[in-house]
Design a protein around this ligand. Structure first.
Ligand code: HEC
Ligand code: HEC
Length: 379
């Protein structure tokens, strides 16, 4: 809260409190004069006022609220910002910190997370015959905590973290064969990933399909883990300034010639002169990332251009657009938001979706799959 609003509320609360206290003292001090018939002599529309004590229950609540107000001030940071932290505390990240609504939220998230993690380790990993992963997960989260806390982490720490993540790959493969793990994974997917990749994971323009065997960054369990932990940013440069509009048109025509149905039926016949010119440009400028044969390169995240799977579209004008202005699709990182255990479940789920000889898990995500409520219980 801003200084103004905290001060405003503090003054208002103190004001009310003083007013009530004052009213109480005044009533105690000034007794009304009572006439012989027991009334105060006040009469309104024929109703005469007596001087009777207030009911007990009412007084108990009245004094109780005053005491409660004081107790509240003592326990919680209820006064001008930073002038009083209150004596209430919560546990966050192993430390006892003063109560604030934010700290309480963190503390709740942590304890929910612990329930999830315990359940994951004690039942899901054990069921999937992957209990060994627990040790790797423990050392991984320790290293991540060191990374978070230190301003100047040791130079090789990130490498060690990456190695630990890669070491989880065989267990992800095991999880991908366990129906229970896939069920939780599919719910996590609906909750976190479906907004971009679609609830059936088949993607949309700019958002890759995760159910096919066409990968920008690789479909091995270790590739998927890395994608989820660190996120990815596509790096297709803009070419208009470098090769000009003519160059763009030629290179685009060559790209279309690589695709089995020339990108899209609506493209019609290709211009062979442009294709030949484009091929020269491609070998010079594009092969570096997309490969000499145009089949793409996982290390660069550069897609295969020789199939009919398009991330941004195979229509002639769309391909030209891609070349003119470049593309930079962003896959967010999930490490901080979801943690290592949920990422393993998601990776297992994604791994199970592509054709790896494992029964496709589309069967495990019904279109009417239970919404986030079910996920909350999995937490
Ligand atoms: C904000 C949108 C967005 C969300 C949310 C999102 N993704 Fe992505 N994801 C992308 C984009 C965009 C790419 C492609 C990146 C690129 O073009 O280089 C991608 C790429 C990927 C890839 C790599 C595909 C390949 O071909 O190598 C995987 C795997 C993936 N996402 C899984 C997930 C999972 C699992 C989640 C949920 C935890 C998720 N994504 C949530 C946008 C998103
Ligand atoms: C620095 C590496 C790099 C170079 C050089 C490069 N590309 Fe790309 N290209 C990429 C990446 C990475 C993507 C994916 C972008 C994304 O994921 O958002 C991409 C995407 C594309 C796409 C979109 C494919 C689809 O499925 O929609 C086309 C078409 C393309 N590149 C053609 C070319 C051509 C033609 C050239 C040469 C003029 C070229 N690229 C040069 C890295 C590169």
């Amino acid at each position: 809260m801003t200084f103004f609003w905290s001060s405003w509320i503090t003054i208002l609360s103190f004001g009310c409190w003083l007013f009530i206290l004052g009213a109480l003292l005044m009533v105690l001090k000034f007794k009304p004069e009572v006439e012989e018939d027991g009334t105060t002599g006040h009469e309104y529309d024929g109703i005469r006022e007596y001087d009777k004590p207030l009911p007990k229950w009412w007084l108990v609540i009245f004094f109780g609220s005053i005491v409660w107000g004081v107790v509240y001030w003592v326990f919680f940071p209820a006064m001008f910002p930073k002038s009083w932290d209150g004596i209430a505390t919560v546990e966050v990240d192993g430390k006892t910190v003063p109560w604030t609504s934010k700290n309480e939220l963190y503390s709740d998230l942590e304890s929910n997370n612990k329930v999830f993690t315990d359940n994951f380790e004690k039942s899901i990993l054990v069921q999937a015959n992957a209990a060994d992963a627990a040790k790797t997960l423990a050392s991984l989260s320790e290293m991540q905590a060191t990374m978070r806390r230190s301003d100047k982490p040791p130079a090789d720490l990130q490498t060690k973290i990456d190695e630990n993540i890669a070491a989880l790959a065989p267990d992800v493969v095991k999880l991908s064969e366990n129906p229970n793990a896939l069920k939780v994974g599919s719910r996590l997917f609906l909750q976190n990933c479906a907004v971009c990749h679609g609830s059936n994971a088949k993607g949309a323009t700019g958002y890759p399909n995760l159910t096919d065997n066409d990968w920008l960054y690789g479909g091995e369990a270790s590739n998927i883990l890395t994608t989820l932990h660190n996120g990815r940013v596509g790096g297709m440069p803009a070419w208009r300034d470098q090769i000009g509009e003519d160059g763009v048109r030629a290179a685009a025509e060559y790209v279309l010639s690589l695709s089995p149905d020339h990108g899209s039926k609506s493209n019609g016949e290709l211009d062979n002169t442009l294709v030949t010119q484009g091929q020269a440009i491609f070998k010079q400028q594009c092969a570096l990332c997309h490969g000499q044969d145009g089949k793409g390169m996982i290390s660069a995240g550069a897609p295969n251009l020789t199939d009919n799977v398009w991330l941004y579209g195979g229509e002639r004008e769309t391909v030209r657009e891609t070349l003119r202005y470049g593309r930079a699709g962003v896959m967010p990182q999930w490490e901080t938001k979801l943690g290592n255990e949920r990422i393993m479940l998601l990776a297992a789920y994604i791994y199970s979706l592509s054709d790896k000889g494992v029964p496709t898990a589309t069967a495990t995500v019904p279109a009417n799959a239970p919404a986030p409520k079910a996920v909350a219980s999995a937490n």
